[in-house]
Design a protein around this ligand. Sequence first.
Ligand SMILES: Cc1ncc(COP(=O)(O)O)c(C=O)c1O
Length: 389
Amino acid sequence: MDINTIRKETRGCTDKIFLNSAGSSLVTDTVFDIMMNSLTEEARIGGYALASLNQEGIDDFYAETAKLLNCRLENIAFQTSATDAYAKAISSIEFKTGDVILTTDDDYVSNQISFLSLKKRFGIKIIRAVTRSDGDLDLVAFEELVKEHQPKLVALTHIPTSSGLVQAAEEVGAICRKYNTWYLVDACQSVGQLVVDVQKIGCDFLAATGRKFLRGPRGTGFLYVSDRALEAGLAPLIIDMIGAEWTSADDYKLEPTAKRFEFWESSIAGRLALKEAVKYANHVGMANIQEYNAGLMAQFRNQLKQVKGLNLQDRGTQLSNILTFTMDQHTTEEIAQQLREHHVYFSITSLCSARIDFPKKNIESAVRLSPHYFNTPEELEKVVTILDF
Ligand SMILES: Cc1ncc(COP(=O)(O)O)c(C=O)c1O
């Protein structure tokens, strides 16, 4: 991995220290160029002509994404966000009163709200798995819960938005396969950051976004759907004319591939730019990106541990490129002010995104830094100095 070339191909990284890839990352120059050129062309010839001129590029998105996730292109559906993907996946399962969703304390805020909404509407039960004191899932207890409650759906967020924890997606997948349970993974923060292999994870659905660690444009994402789910006829509650063919006044035929989870309308510039982002990640190599990130973060965490009064808030035996912290002597807002003054880009995570995790840590908010492979150890050393204030 050639970090100098990567930085040269990232126009946004030169005049700041950008540590917000978990929010919305810096796109590569190729992603930016494709987006801009497509929009320019669209203004000239219109959206439909743009689409037919670029059919090959639109189709390539499926092959590139299948390569990224290690599946067939028929398992991939374009989506406008991870939430879009997640909502369609959930809507494909026929919940009845008393059905159980087994999830975790660290699942994403919007996913938790969706489960609560299903509870209100259908009377489903939400069970949250046991978290060990080190932050990891208790997998023995997890299997017991699956055995006892026979959940209709197991829903796991691979990396939460509010901490650096990496959850045991593959181990949970093995349990789901053993008990034949539908398994939905929110990989919004892990795709583009880690090697994400759907065969190894053994999931039925995997939702991701374009704009975070994948470095694609906003308003894009995708959904992986397993052959098992496709063959079982799972389809979103609301299907449009790309998801099915209207065969007679009173009938329709479902699209055989994961495209049954798509809607017809989307931004062609967005699709082409997302394809470019996935291609870029495949080209750099997810194993290389993961290895570089692991080294970068280990050093960063060690250096931050030396800063007096700084409390790293991430728990778990495997940690990711999301780093959250608080400081004894400064409020979150004071830290934010200090980082802003030094042109460091970051996010603040608040209690309403971490209603279960933050009370356990006895905090109400945390600063979230999320470096990526275009960041250098020198940049992170500078941030350590900035935080020693
Ligand atoms: C873990 C996780 N899941 C899902 C989402 C939602 O992604 P999107 O905004 O693309 O729908 C986020 C966004 O921060 C996230 O962190």
